[in-house]
Design a protein around this ligand. Structure first.
Ligand SMILES: [Mg+2]
Length: 349
């Protein structure tokens, strides 16, 4: 089938996720074909990425034939090369991610199969999910056995706030639960060491994004100093080229590519293969959303998917209709064609 139209939009979000980050600047990309099949994808980069898709990628994609996963990979390489002078990372690759995911959705619909079947043999029926957010009482009620809480370093009191939060999570979720901390780059080398000592009894599975993600050498050094806790990260890295640097410097003990930012599923597959070859677990950022979930079930990603339930009674925009939700802490993609979701047109401009 031939591509006849490509359009990105920034949704008209009404409710922000009642969580530690208000939104992810996510865009929707829609690709139409001469056979009437439409693919829809999700990218990052906000209104700037919308411009990249509509003013640059669109003209490069019109009239292209998409019939195989190889065609998608070639389209990816073409857009990557064309945007290279201003791209390689950040907004251009977040825009490319939305296009790539729309192409995978398109191909799944054309073949009448879920995207996970296009990736390979399904290896996991359902995936253990972990709840990121602040309402741990509710996550325990919902049956989660894995949880990540946000922790921002503001003052010296924050060693004790971390202890109190970790203690509460461990008490509510039990001794076998996985408990992780995301610092969103607010700790430092020394604070990470101090936290490692102060939180020892709570058996934290990973510390995420502890410092500036460009400081690969310091993160590599921290890995052995905070064992057995892992130094995790990668949501701010892009494509297999970016991950090659993480691999070369041994900066991270657990990789977290965001499939809607890192270059889409095409990059997600390449990054996962690279991580596996090095025995590094790969746990996609927001992996409980369909874009990551299809990769997790059909690849050697760890059996762990991030979801953001928010807080009990909080409102959320339902941008994707037909999205799977975790049940008793486990989540599974639907077997509908493509990614198995449709976009809620009421939230599009
Ligand atoms: Mg994070």
């Amino acid at each position: 089938m031939k591509i006849t139209e490509v359009k990105a939009v920034y949704p008209d979000y009404r409710n922000v996720v009642p969580s530690w980050r208000t939104h992810f600047w996510q865009i929707v990309v829609r690709i139409e074909t001469d056979q009437g099949i439409v693919g829809v994808g999700y990218g990052g980069g906000g209104v700037a990425a919308v411009e990249v898709v509509n003013k640059h990628f669109r003209e490069l994609l019109l009239d292209k034939e998409i019939a195989t996963t190889q065609d998608i990979k070639e389209a990816w390489d073409h857009l990557y090369s064309a945007s290279l002078p201003y791209g390689r990372k950040g907004i251009a690759i977040m825009a490319l991610s939305g296009v790539d995911l729309a192409l995978w959705d398109l191909l799944g619909k054309a073949e009448n199969c879920p995207v996970y079947e296009l990736i390979g043999d399904r290896k996991k029926d359902s995936v253990r999910s972990y709840a990121t957010g602040t309402d741990v009482e509710w996550y325990a009620e919902l049956g989660f056995t894995a949880h990540k809480f946000p922790h921002r370093w503001v003052s010296d009191n924050d060693i004790s706030t971390a202890i109190v939060t970790a203690d509460k999570a461990r008490n509510l979720l039990g001794p076998k639960a996985l408990i992780m901390i995301d610092t969103y780059m607010s700790w430092s080398f020394d604070i990470t060491l101090e936290m490692s000592k102060s939180l020892k009894e709570f058996d934290i599975y990973w510390f995420e994004d502890v410092i500036n993600p460009d400081d690969l050498a310091a993160q590599a050094e921290l890995r052995s100093l905070v064992k057995p806790t892992l130094i995790a990260g990668g949501e701010h890295e892009f494509t297999e080229y970016g991950y090659q640097e993480i691999a070369r410097t041994k900066a991270l003990g657990l990789w977290q590519p965001d499939i809607t930012w890192c270059g889409g599923l095409t990059s997600g597959i390449r990054i996962t293969e690279m991580g596996n070859a090095l025995d590094i677990p790969v746990v996609p950022h927001r992996g409980g959303e369909v874009w990551g979930l299809h990769l997790i079930v059909s690849s050697t990603c760890d059996n762990l998917a991030e979801v953001l339930p928010g807080t009990k009674g909080g409102n959320k925009d339902e941008l994707w209709i037909g999205e799977p939700h975790p049940v008793n802490g486990y989540i599974s993609p639907t077997d509908g064609p493509g990614f198995g979701v449709t976009v809620n047109e009421a939230l599009l401009p």
